[in-house]
Design a protein around this ligand. Structure first.
Ligand SMILES: *Cc1c(COP(=O)(O)O)cnc(C)c1O
Length: 420
């Protein structure tokens, strides 16, 4: 890339920690330096030097309708003129809650936050408050935002309690978080036979933060079984999968109901948001009804509520059928390309999110994910970038299509893969 990007990157590094406000953006995993974007429209991003890219990152999946969707922008503009934050109750919050509950009927009560991280953090707190228990369980390779208790990856033994995976997380806090391999019913069973005092289990029912790794139905069913049996609260983190894989998220696809659901990304229409919710019984432990404290100056922010409302108002099962058709076609063509090239690649896809893993078979857990060819990923990433395709700059992330990706953009992406 040109001198403009070099200069921007140098300046950013002298002002921002590591030059970025979220680490993966720094391109460390792929080499080179980040591209500084200045605008987005539909399926496209435009960088500061006016190069255009078909965007398959879509703000990490937040933009289901693509960039700068006209109706969403109009809604945000209108609201901005009427005030951007009140710090009071507004009817907009109830409106968006109602739209979410239409798709997720098991969410009786919910609360909005400003990010997915906050929603996860608060859900874990309410789970601990409701059960009066301390320990939590998560799965290797699942990401739940950057709250202390969840930045714990893998204890080496199957049922051992973890050690901190990020410095700055005290071992005492990490020791309350157990980590098990994803998609492994046997280790679940062993674990729950010994641990009947968990406050909650948190899982991405369709993992998307180690690349797309769908949860096996048997694994999620076992999880539902063991949590019910031991009185642990089951939390589905659907920050990515919610409103992405189906109108009712992964819980609708699998027909498994968690006790709490976390949402984010799409429900804010590209503005900062998060939400968590579940039965009134659990959620009523929150202040002011209950003794679990949780709050936020900008929670339920009017701009986020209006953007979310605008997006959700246009979603329906039919919207997802069309997106599925387009995405399935894309997947099939991409598979053909790799087959013709005789390259080891396997594509995992659910709805409009997918990952190309450079290995022979689709991974089912984090160990298998790590056993893919990251050098190959780097080559492909930069090859695509040169041809005007922007994908997430890490081998272990999901890519996305939106309703604004048409035939032209899909052909462009396929052509770029073909040429590498
Ligand atoms: C993005 C994400 C989060 C964190 O949300 P932020 O808004 O980035 O804090 C949590 N869980 C999952 C599954 C996510 O994909």
């Amino acid at each position: 890339m040109g001198s403009r990007m070099n200069k921007s990157w140098k300046e950013a590094q002298n002002r921002l920690a590591g030059g970025v406000n979220s680490p993966v953006r720094a391109f460390k995993a792929v080499g080179g330096h980040p591209i500084f974007m200045k605008s987005g429209k539909g399926a496209y991003l435009t960088d500061a030097a006016n190069h255009k890219y078909v965007d398959l990152c879509l703000s990490w999946g937040a933009l289901l309708l693509g960039h700068a969707d006209p109706a969403t922008i109009q809604a945000v503009k209108l609201q901005a003129e009427m005030g951007t934050s009140f710090g009071t109750a507004t009817e907009m919050e109830t409106t968006l809650a109602k739209q979410i509950q239409k798709a997720f009927p098991r969410i009786e009560r919910l609360r909005f936050t400003s990010s997915g991280t906050e929603a996860v953090m608060s859900a874990v707190r309410v789970a601990r408050g409701a059960t009066d228990r301390k320990k939590i369980l998560k799965f290797e390779g699942c990401y739940h935002g950057h709250a202390d208790s969840l930045l714990v990856k893998a204890g080496s033994g199957l049922a051992t309690f973890g050690s901190p995976d990020s410095s700055g997380v005290p071992a005492e806090i990490a020791s309350l978080t157990a980590v098990l391999p994803y998609n492994d019913e046997k280790s679940l069973e062993n674990f729950f036979k010994k641990n009947k005092d968990l406050a909650c289990v948190i899982v991405e029912p369709i993992a998307a933060n180690m690349g797309v790794v769908p949860g096996k139905k048997d694994f999620l069913s076992a999880l539902r079984y063991w949590t019910k049996k031991t009185g642990a609260i089951l939390i589905f983190d659907e920050v990515i999968s919610g409103f992405r894989v189906a109108y009712g998220g992964a819980q609708h696809l699998y027909k498994i109901t968690p006790d709490l659901t976390i949402l984010g990304k799409i429900i804010g229409g590209g503005l900062p948001v998060g939400a968590f919710g579940g039965s009134a019984k659990i959620m009523n432990h929150l202040s002011p009804l209950g003794s679990v404290y949780q709050a936020g100056t900008l929670s339920g922010n009017p701009l986020s509520m209006k953007a979310g409302e605008s997006v959700l108002s246009r979603l329906s099962p039919n919207f997802y059928n069309q997106l599925e058709k387009k995405s399935a076609h894309f997947e099939q063509k991409l598979k053909q390309i790799f087959a013709n090239k005789k390259k080891a690649a396997s594509i995992t896809r659910i709805g409009s999110m997918f990952t190309v893993f450079y290995r022979e078979s689709a991974p089912q857990n984090f160990t298998q994910v790590c056993d893919s060819d990251t050098n190959m990923f780097r080559r492909v990433f930069h090859g695509l970038l040169k041809k005007g395709i922007y994908t997430p700059p890490s081998a272990f992330e999901a890519s996305f299509l939106s309703s604004s990706h048409g035939q032209t953009e899909i052909l462009k992406v396929l052509g770029a893969f073909e040429a590498i």
